[in-house]
Design a protein around this ligand. Structure first.
Ligand SMILES: NC(=O)c1ccc[n+]([C@@H]2O[C@H](COP(=O)([O-])OP(=O)(O)OC[C@H]3O[C@@H](n4cnc5c(N)ncnc54)[C@H](O)[C@@H]3O)[C@@H](O)[C@H]2O)c1
Length: 293
């Protein structure tokens, strides 16, 4: 299957990163978000990332121009009738994702694959709500997408071998390594990672340690590059909560109960780095200034 153009829906931190790595691999991309302003922010973020890569000597200025020339935007889902493959990276909400996939189902030719970047939601359930369950698959990029080497591929119950092979090949074209997970909440990466982050939030909630104590303990004590609270802020606390809620509800085990403090922060709009405030406060450049509270 020749994939010349990929449609990316959702121009947040993940969608913009996915569009960037696709364009860097020589693939044309079309990005769409709910407003023109949000779509533009996604392209601006790609542009800033490429500038940083030039400063670090990783790419040449002309490479940036070639990459950006492959990044298009659209305000209309109708334009997805002309793409060969879709990656959705909208908010981690099953209803929102299903509504979007159903709209795309009516617009895209039947051979087009719908890949979801979901962190936890059932690929099988999403696929079953379209007319192409065999062409719906999980393509879980890691954050930040340009830096992280892994793409976790998730097969729904009805996902075909052809869809799986085409998706793996596309991920590998972007220079990523793939592994495959079965379709259960959180798959492999988040099934293991999110309970650790949630437990770190419980240790804060119960006063076992402060923000920097917990992050320093886990960084220096267990050799992790980022502390769990720093990482939660990077992921987005709304996304962390959504993932825990899916695991708690679907697996039905209280060991996945989201920490009340996580819920409280999300209620307050302290969503982490993208909101300038989470377990840490951030300056305009996204650098942590001080722990929250
Ligand atoms: N943040 C992470 O570390 C991470 C890692 C892997 C996967 N993911 C998954 O990627 C997806 C996106 O996460 P994110 O961190 O980029 O979130 P984000 O909040 O940065 O961006 C989400 C974007 O989706 C847009 N959006 C929402 N509904 C839409 C719709 N109907 N049509 C078009 N755009 C829509 C929002 O306007 C927003 O710009 C989620 O499914 C999340 O679970 C996140």
């Amino acid at each position: 299957m020749a994939i010349g153009t990929v449609g990316v829906i959702g121009a947040g931190q993940m969608g913009s990163g996915i569009a960037q790595v696709m364009a860097q691999a020589g693939i044309n991309v079309v990005i769409h978000d709910v407003t023109a302003e949000l779509t533009r922010r996604g392209v601006d973020s790609i542009s800033r990332n490429l500038d940083r890569m030039i400063q670090r000597g990783r790419i040449k200025p002309e490479d940036r121009d070639h990459v950006l020339a492959r990044v298009g935007t659209t305000g209309s889902l109708e334009d997805f009738s002309r793409v060969d493959f879709v990656v959705e990276a909208v908010v981690e909400d099953e209803d929102a994702k299903i509504e979007l996939l159903r709209k795309l189902d009516a617009v895209c030719p039947p051979e087009v694959i719908f890949a979801s970047n979901t962190s936890s939601i059932s690929i099988t359930r999403m696929g079953a709500r379209t007319s192409r369950a065999d062409r719906v698959i999980g393509m879980h990029f890691m954050n930040p997408v340009p830096a992280m080497k892994l793409v976790e591929i998730i097969r729904g119950l009805a996902t075909s071998d052809q869809t799986y092979q085409a998706t793996r090949a596309l991920a590998e074209r972007t220079g990523k390594t793939t592994m495959t997970a079965q379709d259960f909440p959180g798959f492999i990466v988040n099934r293991v990672l999110l309970p650790m982050i949630n437990e770190a939030i419980y240790t804060l909630y119960e006063g076992v340690g402060g923000v920097t104590d917990i992050d320093t303990a886990m960084k220096l004590g267990t050799n992790q590059p980022m502390g769990p609270l720093e990482l939660a802020d990077l992921i987005g606390l709304d996304t962390c909560l959504a993932i825990m809620e899916v695991m708690h509800r679907v697996l039905g085990d209280d060991k996945y109960r989201p920490c009340p403090l996580l819920k409280k922060y999300v209620d307050a709009g302290y969503l982490g780095r993208k909101a300038g405030r989470g377990f840490y406060k951030y300056d305009a450049q996204g650098n942590p200034t001080a722990p929250q509270g």
